[in-house]
Ligand binder design. Structure first.
Ligand code: XMP
Length: 504
């Protein structure tokens, strides 16, 4: 699909979010590095993102201003992008000592163009140390902060800049501002999922024609949508499901049933003994991940046999995390879709990644247009290393069995009380300490479990869920009464950051 709005990434942690917001408004957007500007094609609009650098740094990322002007399309600079454009137009940016982080108020002077349908005062979200200290001639201030500094500028009919971040939800009318910018663009919004799906199906059909396609499925949203898409495109598909023994209660049967409903057979490999053996005596979380990842790859490739084509459920954030600046996420999580064997297959042209243009919400929407049932599309994410990262310390079969029971009770009650669909992700964690209790008339010395339920939009940040006391009471009573070996239930009330969603 043709890029309509090119977002140039100057390294802001919010760059991906700009792309998402633009797509939400119906325009197909992609992220590019500053040096890729000349190869973007002819987009209908350009947004320069924020970034951590100072425009005056000797090696600060730049923009090919003459090229940008020659495109003749509307351009919006955000934060660093705005400061860069102000300098290009002959203005100045300096360290005024007025650094701003967090909420501020914008007062607008102009109710047209970029500030159409905006109240005279609104809350904006700032994150900058430098400020615009001198405006070039002919420019117009569209909005100020309460100190009177310009926070929204129009340099000419095509070039606009804002000091704050319209893409974050803390900016009250951010969506309106982005929408106003897009209304200046000469093209109509063209990002319709139905159309995207049709184009995707056509291109997949061409690639897979006459070839055997293998993919790994987990029952999660991404791999299920991937498999359904490939099937729809007429691929000779062989989905493989590796049972690593670290799954939830009844998960193998559930996943088989799920694919049966979608009229697909999956090849299930029971490798649980090998995984448990590999994890024996291991307590370090990253070592666990490494062992599980390596065993997964070995098991999968052994089952897959000689590969003609391997389909992977890589999403757009994974692609831009490895391709663009400013991303720390790829260093925090260990990804297994770029290991040596896969890189080799990629070189041989044997990998297809049909979801690689989509964010998670786009995958769900695509799944919906493919007719996948809602319960499949709204399944909570579950980590690849499974319960191994929820059994803190050494993983044993007994601990896994215990945790499976606790987890099943917790999740089923969330479903029964209508909370499951309001939660991004929930699960239980078995702690490696013991606490004293009384069971019957006897002293019990058993493990506590902690329950975690969070809301999120992309797992980058998360908030704990304010479950009602009545629901927590039912959950706690049932676990304490029904699960042997647990005598204490905790509820995790930590946000991410600083805590992560998983405990390991
Ligand atoms: P954290 O714990 O980093 O989790 O806040 C963010 C999201 O990623 C999932 N997660 C993983 N997924 N392999 C995966 O496939 C992993 O090693 C892994 N670690 C965390 C986690 O469940 C949450 O959805």
């Amino acid at each position: 699909m043709q890029t309509q709005i090119a977002v140039i990434d100057y390294g802001s942690q919010y760059s991906q979010l700009i792309v998402r917001r633009v797509r939400e408004l119906g325009y197909f957007s992609r992220l590019f590095l500053p040096e890729q500007l000349n190869s973007v094609g002819r987009p209908a609009g350009i947004i320069l993102s924020g970034g951590p650098r100072r425009v005056s740094d000797p090696d600060a990322p730049d923009v090919d201003f003459e090229f940008l002007k020659s495109l003749g399309c509307p351009v919006l600079g955000i934060c660093y992008g705005m400061q860069l454009l102000n300098c290009k137009f002959g203005g100045e940016v300096s360290r005024t000592g007025d650094r701003e982080y967090g909420p501020a108020i914008m007062r607008i002077h102009d109710e047209n163009s970029l500030m159409k349908n905006m109240p005279s005062e609104s809350r904006i979200w700032m994150s900058h140390t430098d400020s615009v200290s001198d405006l070039p001639e002919g420019s117009e201030v569209l909005g100020n902060n309460l100190k009177g500094q310009p926070v929204a500028i129009r340099w000419n009919d095509n070039f606009y800049g804002i000091q704050f971040h319209p893409e974050v939800s803390h900016t009250e009318h951010g969506r309106t501002i982005i929408g106003n910018f897009l209304s200046m663009v000469k093209e109509k919004p063209a990002f319709l999922m139905e159309k995207f799906k049709d184009e995707l199906l056509e291109s997949i059909a061409r690639t897979v024609s006459g070839k055997r396609v293998v993919c790994a499925v987990s029952g999660g949203v991404d791999s299920t949508v991937l498999a359904a898409l490939l099937k729809e495109a007429g691929a000779d598909l062989h989905p493989i499901f590796v049972d690593n023994g670290l799954l939830r209660k009844n998960e193998v049967e559930d996943v088989k049933g799920q694919f049966k409903r979608l009229d697909m057979e999956i090849d299930c490999v029971d490798a649980s003994d090998a995984f448990l053996k590999g994890l024996k005596g291991v307590t370090d979380p990253e070592t666990k991940r490494q062992i599980i990842g390596d065993l997964f790859i070995d098991t999968f490739f052994e089952k897959a046999g000689k590969l003609e084509l391997l389909a992977q459920g890589t999403l757009y954030p994974d692609v831009i995390e490895s391709a663009t600046s400013g991303s720390i996420a790829s260093r925090i999580k260990t990804h297994h879709n770029r290991v040596d064997r896969i890189i080799q297959l990629q070189k041989e042209g044997r990998i297809i990644e049909p979801l690689s243009e989509l964010f998670k919400d786009g995958v769900r929407e695509l799944g919906q247009t493919l007719g996948l049932p809602s319960d499949i599309l709204h399944r909570h994410p579950f980590p690849g290393p499974g319960l191994a990262v929820r059994v803190i310390g050494e993983v044993t079969r007994d601990k896994l069995d215990l945790l499976r029971e606790v987890d099943a009770i917790f999740i089923n009650i969330l479903k029964d009380t209508g909370w499951y669909d309001r939660i991004w992700q929930a699960g239980a964690v078995l702690l490696p300490v013991k606490s004293v209790g009384v069971k019957g008339d006897e002293r019990a010395y058993e493990h506590p479990v902690t329950l975690r339920a969070v809301t999120s939009t992309d797992a980058m940040t998360a908030d704990w869920v304010f479950l009602p006391h009545e629901v927590l009471t039912i959950i706690s009573n049932r676990i304490l009464n029904e699960v042997e070996g647990v005598n204490r239930i905790l509820y995790d009330i930590s946000t991410k950051p600083p805590a992560s969603i998983e405990w390991e």
